[in-house]
Write a protein of this length. Structure first.
Length: 178
């Protein structure tokens, strides 16, 4: 959680998590991808590190083209290439434990069953990377896997857009100029 000594002005790489392909494009699990698209849609993207890659305002940004469960492959390749430590990395991802529209920053912490974060932890050897958590809420009933791979409703897209505004402000507050 955020503390007085919480410092993200060391961020050199941001990874926006999601699943590639038309089938998953507007799904809850792709909140990270959707935020990347909003921030970097005008940029000239390259294909590097099993990802779409851009360097913007001195920060490396990737949108891994691996599936969520293999996100660690892209993140570790980029981290290795740029000689980065976990403390230099921010992961942007969907979070079932936060209500839809909420955003939070934290460093380290539990994975809450998020397989993308698990893959990154396995590949980096630590979970002490920074996180920008985008709340998608937890379903009241039904299968969580079906919920995260289902699309946002039109009403939820409005709330998600507001969450992205909050996320931009958080990045600015932490001096991350993306």
């Amino acid at each position: 959680m955020l503390t007085d000594d919480y410092n993200t002005n060391v961020i050199k790489l941001i990874a926006f998590l999601g699943n590639p392909g038309q089938k998953y494009q507007a799904t809850r699990h792709n909140a990270g991808y959707l935020f990347f698209d909003e921030l970097c849609s005008e940029e000239a993207l390259q294909n590097k590190f099993h990802s779409l890659y851009v360097k913007k305002n001195g920060i490396h940004a990737i949108k891994p083209l691996t599936f969520m469960n293999l996100s660690g492959t892209a993140v570790s390749e980029a981290a290795s290439f740029f000689k980065l430590e976990a403390d230099d990395i921010l992961i942007v991802h969907d979070d079932l434990e936060l209500p839809l529209g909420e955003v939070r920053m934290q460093k380290g912490g539990g994975l809450q069953g998020h397989n993308g974060l698990r893959s990154i932890r396995e590949r980096l050897g630590t979970d002490m990377f920074h996180r920008l958590r985008i709340g998608i809420g937890r379903p009241k009933f039904g299968d969580v896997r079906l919920y995260v791979t289902s699309p946002f409703t039109s009403e939820e897209r409005i709330t998600l857009s507001q969450a992205f505004d909050k996320a931009r402000k958080l990045l600015q507050e932490h001096l991350i100029p993306l």
